[in-house]
Write a protein of this length. Sequence first.
Length: 188
Amino acid sequence: TLQNKDLQAMCKFSATGTSMNMQSNRVSWFFNLNGPSATVDTACSSSLMAVDLTCQSIWSGDSKMGMAIGSNTILALETGLILDNLGLMSPDSRCYSFDSRGNGYARGEGVGVLVIKPVEDALRDGDTIRAVIRSSASNQDGRTPGITLPSIEMQETLIRDTYRKGGLDMSETRYFEAHGTGTQLGDP
């Protein structure tokens, strides 16, 4: 394998400074946070998976509150080239999710943080409440025609199960955040 850096000149802090498995531990260390600390990498669903794991930890009593942090940083040119070669990147750098013009997505960088705690604790502490999570769940599609292709059936099953677990009525939904890649196969 060709390397694009001088391996002899690598900084001694690169293992703890750039390793993916250290991201959450670095945040916990910096803020002196205790309790579960895990880096989650499930591609497009990583942030949502972090929210689910945080909620499960609170609901089980393992944690009193938690942070679900999602980030995307474009650190290597190679990833973008591979995604483009797979036909996932939009040639016009526009993402038309759930649209007949969908021809891929455009990459971006960003970080988002959710502080999650029980409603009664947030009210007691005078926190601004942006949303209430009544239920959370996750699943995997299993075998589909391709490893990057979603299963409409499994997504529907997950949504219905999550609503049922939370005692929610689908007819009362006012807002739904969806994953959309802007591709014909990725946006079932």
